[in-house]
Write a protein that binds this ligand. Structure first.
Ligand SMILES: [Zn+2]
Ligand SMILES: [Zn+2]
Length: 375
């Protein structure tokens, strides 16, 4: 019954009012409140710098913590690091690490499948970006956390999950107030380090579910919609190399080249130098190279297939023209031997013959050119 209702679900699914209100109020305050306050009262540089710091902190907590540490287990981290990420994750207001990772593992397992991928990009930009959180699309699914059993052994994960609401309020309101006290601008700090920073955090993360499945190249696999995109990587702490990530999700890197912008990878590697992270996992160079070549090979085969179809079509056309030309020529010769007196039908035959000859020659030229290019 659940699958039957799924197709019509997008229109009928009830709204999740809490999420609707959180997303729209934070967006409205950031878009209207911040510029209004900046123009009328002014916001100090200290507040802006603190907000940037919080943006980077919560962004990296999602990418290096929620994503690469917990969801994919690409490395092990010291408990202090996990605690810092758990707090930063609460600051990002994207649900608990347990809940987030459960969704994310489903996304990888069922990528692009409308019924099971929680933010399937095949349902369009809006749905995969934010729409999937605004309505109760999968009411029966939530939440047994069966796919994150390993995470349930992590005390910090469970502590964050249990106290998620309190931690979120502390980090999103308490910390900006503290910054406000230190900079002497409490309202400005709440607006910029609280609201604006949160909205930017939200949408840059959401771009990974939406744009990174729509815009970019697919050098490593074409079996799903995930794309590699350097521009997105810049705004998402390196997560824009999403095509690589979907085929090698157990690799702590997303951008594998030294020049690719992946600060999450740099952070993890940096932590490993000082003993805060270890057991960093990577796909083998052979596997990566093979994936690239497999993509090229399948593209080549596809190309060959379309070329073959096109040549078949041209060949059929040529055969048709050839037959028509020789038939009309024969008709004309036959007519001559019978000494047709009727000038009208004679000249019609000549005209038809010339037409056939012309289009036969055009077709034959095309064919020869094509064969020369193909061989
Ligand atoms: Zn994805
Ligand atoms: Zn992932």
């Amino acid at each position: 019954m659940q699958t039957n209702t799924q197709a019509s679900a997008p229109k009928k699914a009830p709204l999740i009012w809490l999420n609707v209100l959180v997303f729209s109020i934070t967006f409205a305050v950031a878009a209207i409140g911040v510029p209004l306050y900046a123009l009328t009262i002014g916001i100090s540089a200290g507040v802006w710098w603190a907000a940037l710091g919080l943006f980077i902190y919560s962004g990296l907590s999602i990418t290096a913590g929620y994503h690469r540490l917990w969801s994919h287990r690409t490395y092990d981290a010291h408990w202090t690091v996990r605690l810092i990420f758990a707090l930063g994750g609460a600051l990002a207001l994207q649900n608990s690490a347990l809940h987030w990772s459960s969704d994310h593992r489903e996304h990888h397992k069922h990528v692009d499948h409308d019924d099971n991928d929680p933010y399937s990009a095949s349902r369009g930009f809006w749905y995969s970006h934010i729409g999937w959180m605004l309505r109760e699309y999968q009411p029966d699914k939530y939440y047994d956390y069966n796919n994150v059993k390993d995470m349930q052994r992590d005390k910090i994960v469970m502590w964050q999950h249990k106290h998620y609401l309190a931690l979120t309020l502390l980090m999103n309101i308490g910390v900006p107030i503290l910054i406000g006290v230190l900079t002497g601008q409490i309202i400005a700090s709440l607006l910029v380090a609280g609201f604006l920073r949160l909205v930017v955090n939200h949408h840059t993360t959401f771009f990974i579910n939406s744009l990174a499945h729509i815009w970019g190249k697919r050098p490593f696999t074409e079996r799903n919609s995930a794309r590699d995109n350097g521009v997105l990587a810049f705004f998402t702490f390196g997560e824009g190399y999403h095509n690589f990530h979907h085929i090698f999700s157990g690799d702590y890197r997303n951008g594998i080249r030294w020049y690719q912008y992946d600060p999450t990878k740099w952070l993890i590697r940096g932590m490993s130098y000082v003993g805060l992270a270890n057991n960093l996992k990577r796909a083998s160079d052979y596997q990566i190279e093979k994936a690239r070549m497999d993509v090229m090979w399948s593209r080549l085969q596809e190309r060959r297939q379309t070329t073959a179809e096109w040549m078949q079509h041209e060949y059929d056309a040529l055969m048709e023209k050839t037959k028509a030309y020789y038939m009309s020529r024969k008709k004309l010769l036959d007519a001559k031997t019978q000494e047709i007196k009727d000038q009208v039908s004679h000249s019609a035959l000549v005209e038809q013959y010339r037409d056939m000859k012309r289009s036969f020659r055009v077709e034959r030229r095309r064919w020869k050119r094509m064969v020369r290019a193909a061989l």
